[in-house]
Design a protein. Structure first.
Length: 189
């Protein structure tokens, strides 16, 4: 995580004292939200769905020179103790395109819907867009907009529209502009 302050974790901790019921944390940044997961791994009310490139192929590693296999692996990080099963980590292979991403998103969306969150926090990284220098994903702004629309629908259905969207990674300025334009359009349309 490149953040000086973990703003999603700060807001989630505050929301635990303000909102009855589950909170959803959805992270579509290309890096796994380690800091948020670690802080809330034993909190069953914080339901996490995190789609990210597999850490073996992310900087400083690459698909041609993958890093060591992490044990137990990000897909096994499902929460601990009373929160077991309240977390979903979806590591994506390099060069995941829009169609493959949306297939995996279906799993995450169903997972979050089952939790019926009363507040939704979305970290919308745009570093999964094709051409980002720190990832190996092949996503278009269209998929970022589609996921944002679906997250907004979840918030409308179970959280009376309570949705906070935070920025995540994005290391190509053209991608940042295109990705965030898609996010804003999905939020206001």
């Amino acid at each position: 995580m490149y953040c000086l302050y973990n703003d999603p974790a700060i807001v989630l901790q505050w929301l635990l004292g303000q909102v009855d019921g589950n909170l959803a944390y959805i992270d579509i940044d290309v890096h796994r939200g380690d800091g948020v997961y670690t802080l809330f791994e034993s909190e069953p009310r914080v339901v996490i769905a995190d789609l990210h490139e597999h850490p073996r192929t992310l900087f400083p590693h690459s698909p041609s020179a993958p890093g060591p296999v992490s044990a137990p692996g990000p897909e096994a990080l499902r929460g601990v103790g009373p929160a077991r099963g309240s977390k979903l980590n979806v590591p994506l292979p390099p060069r995941t395109d829009d169609d493959a991403y949306l297939e995996r998103w279906e799993e995450a969306e169903a997972f979050i819907r089952r939790a019926a969150p009363r507040f939704v926090v979305l970290v919308s990284g745009v570093d999964g867009l094709q051409g980002d220098p720190l990832s190996h994903q092949c996503l278009s702004p269209r998929v970022i907009g589609e996921v944002t629309r679906r997250v907004r629908a979840i918030a409308d259905e179970s959280a009376e529209g309570r949705l906070l969207v935070l920025g995540g990674g994005g290391y190509d300025l053209d991608n940042v502009a295109a990705g965030w334009s898609a996010v804003v359009e999905a939020l206001v349309s």
